[in-house]
Design a protein around this ligand. Structure first.
Ligand code: G
Ligand code: G
Ligand code: MN
Ligand code: NA
Length: 252
């Protein structure tokens, strides 16, 4: 994969594309935003999962190059919209730890920031909880700079790390994304219900927004609504999809 990655990024960047997973208000089914997910379809090997190649990109110092391609795809898609679309939608990009410490990140995402601003949307950056905890002071200043630029920070896979209330309170973050492993067990085990409930209580105390990930069943959705978690994404509502499909269904 490593060799193919270097080669493809250099010679056939069109093998890399993006899909969007819609996010919803769980009570009204209204679209509230979307998460951008990169895809790689290698000419010979076929589709390769980002779970596999993101890590290789990081190790090889290629993540910036990959994200340049991701940003170009998203900007091309957003550019096709007039301003008549629903306003206020969130547009979330996954950012790996190494990139957060990269001074070029602000400039990298600037075209997305300006496109989302044009549409009255809100740019968001997702960083995993585990990475967030190993935050250097420089990286923290970067978070603050994003905030000043109108970019919101979401903590991805929340609940899988061990961040403390005090710690979260200090950071300039806006959204907690409840990891799908908790959502998956909702309704099966009382403990998971209590964990999700505790996470929601924490989020409320910190005045953070919450989005549940990986909702696959209606029972899970109902449990979340009962716990007053009113935003989510998952296969139950919509799988990640191409821009044409998403825009045709929700943005016209
Ligand atoms: O789309 P999928 O569920 O296969 O994604 C697998 C993993 O790859 C997830 O953890 C997701 O956050 C990560 N990922 C997807 N797209 C991107 C991207 O554009 N940049 C980074 N850094 N990670 C991504
Ligand atoms: O780590 P992160 O949350 O960024 O991972 C996003 C990944 O989760 C995407 O690859 C996406 O395909 C996947 N995903 C999204 N919704 C669901 C779901 O309902 N169930 C499962 N199993 N995976 C999902
Ligand atoms: Mn994510
Ligand atoms: Na996640």
């Amino acid at each position: 994969v490593a060799e193919a990655l270097v080669e493809s990024l250099k010679t056939t960047p069109e093998e890399f594309s993006v899909v969007y997973q819609p996010q919803f208000d769980l009570t009204s089914d209204r679209l509230i935003g979307m998460e951008v997910l990169v895809r790689w379809d290698h000419a010979d090997i076929g589709p390769i999962s980002p779970a596999e190649f993101i890590e290789v990109c990081e190790r090889r110092g290629l993540i910036h190059e990959l994200m340049e391609r991701v940003v170009a795809c998203v900007v091309a898609d957003l550019s096709s919209l007039t301003t008549a679309v629903p306003r206020g939608l969130g547009l979330a990009l996954n950012i790996s730890a190494g990139q957060f410490a990269d001074a070029r990140l602000l400039a990298l995402i600037e075209p997305i920031v300006s496109q989302t601003r044009r549409l009255g949307w809100v740019p968001e950056l997702e960083i995993t909880e585990t990475h967030l905890m190993h935050l250097s002071p420089r990286y923290r200043r970067q978070l603050e700079a994003f905030g000043r630029d109108g970019v919101r920070i979401a903590v991805d896979d929340f609940g899988t790390g061990y961040s403390s209330l005090a710690y979260l309170h200090e950071l300039p973050i806006h959204i907690l994304k409840i990891d799908r492993q908790f959502v998956a067990r909702l309704g099966e085990e009382r403990r998971d219900l209590q964990i999700v409930s505790a996470v929601l209580g924490m989020a409320r105390a910190l005045e953070l927004e919450v989005i549940a990930e990986g909702i696959e069943t209606d029972a899970q959705r109902q449990h979340l609504v009962q716990l007053n978690c009113l935003k989510g994404q998952g296969f139950l509502m919509a799988r990640p999809m191409r821009w044409a499909q998403l825009s045709q269904r929700w943005l016209m």
